[in-house]
Design a protein around this ligand. Sequence first.
Ligand SMILES: [Zn+2]
Length: 154
Amino acid sequence: MSIKNDLQQLGRGKEITGHDIMALERFADDIQHMIFFDVLKWECPVGDKNERARIFLTDEGYKQALESEGRGEMRIIRRARVRVGKLEIDAPELDRQIKPEPTPVFNTEHWDCECEEMYIHHNSVDHCDECGALRDESPDSRQSEVDEESHFAY
Ligand SMILES: [Zn+2]
């Protein structure tokens, strides 16, 4: 069965919208993914509610689509890697590699100066004697690095 028939069958009578399966976008160098999805909410960045659509995406666009799915705006029915114009349907092992990095957690009791090694200061210190960085102009320290306890400057 051809991919086109396969996708149309997945549509189960609903109209398939979005890029045509043979769209030239598939051959663009930075296009890495194709997704076939149902739009669940009006807030969805692509398509209208209750629409079934297929789009070709870059890595960045695909990441955004996964985030959109995470917010319940769309449900991805089928995904494929796109390589040199060929579709490789369903490659879940590749999905894991491009999941967004977890957001770093910061520790508001500490701040980072500009020093290479010992750059974590407690808030009770208002500047670094070594590099001259000021507490009020410096970023909070990462929680993971505070936990390590190996970069404390005081
Ligand atoms: Zn410093």
